[in-house]
Design a protein around this ligand. Structure first.
Ligand code: FES
Length: 115
């Protein structure tokens, strides 16, 4: 298992305890929930993961604290809705889509891939 920057500690028995900024425990994000991971919001959409930028494009509301219904998140501040897997705006006042990121799951650990 390559762990990029921390490859030199890959054989450490406590390696699985140390999460990087872009990593999360799969068990911490059950279906229908969301988690702030670094500057991304990770969503569990029926067992699969999608991730967006953490902040709403309207005024920066925290999307990981919004209500998730299927793949639709509602910003807790003014109610904008986005598809968390495509980033599309489904309801305003936001007009600009959110960035989306790939989520890779390896065992119990997921990670958000930027770029
Ligand atoms: S900050 Fe999200 S709708 Fe206004």
């Amino acid at each position: 298992m390559q762990t990029n920057a921390q490859a030199n500690v890959a054989d450490s028995p406590i390696e699985s305890e140390a999460l990087k900024d872009n990593q999360f425990r799969v068990a911490a994000v059950p279906p229908g929930s969301a988690l702030l991971v670094g500057d991304a919001a990770v969503f569990n959409v029926a067992g699969g993961f999608c991730a967006t930028q953490a902040k709403c494009t309207h005024r920066g509301g925290p999307l990981s604290e919004g209500k998730l219904d299927g793949s639709t998140v509602t910003c807790p501040w003014h109610g904008s809705q986005y598809n968390v897997c495509t980033g599309a705006v489904l309801r305003g006042p936001a007009t600009e889509r959110v960035k989306t990121y790939r989520v890779i799951v390896e065992g119990e650990i997921g990670r958000v891939e930027k770029d």
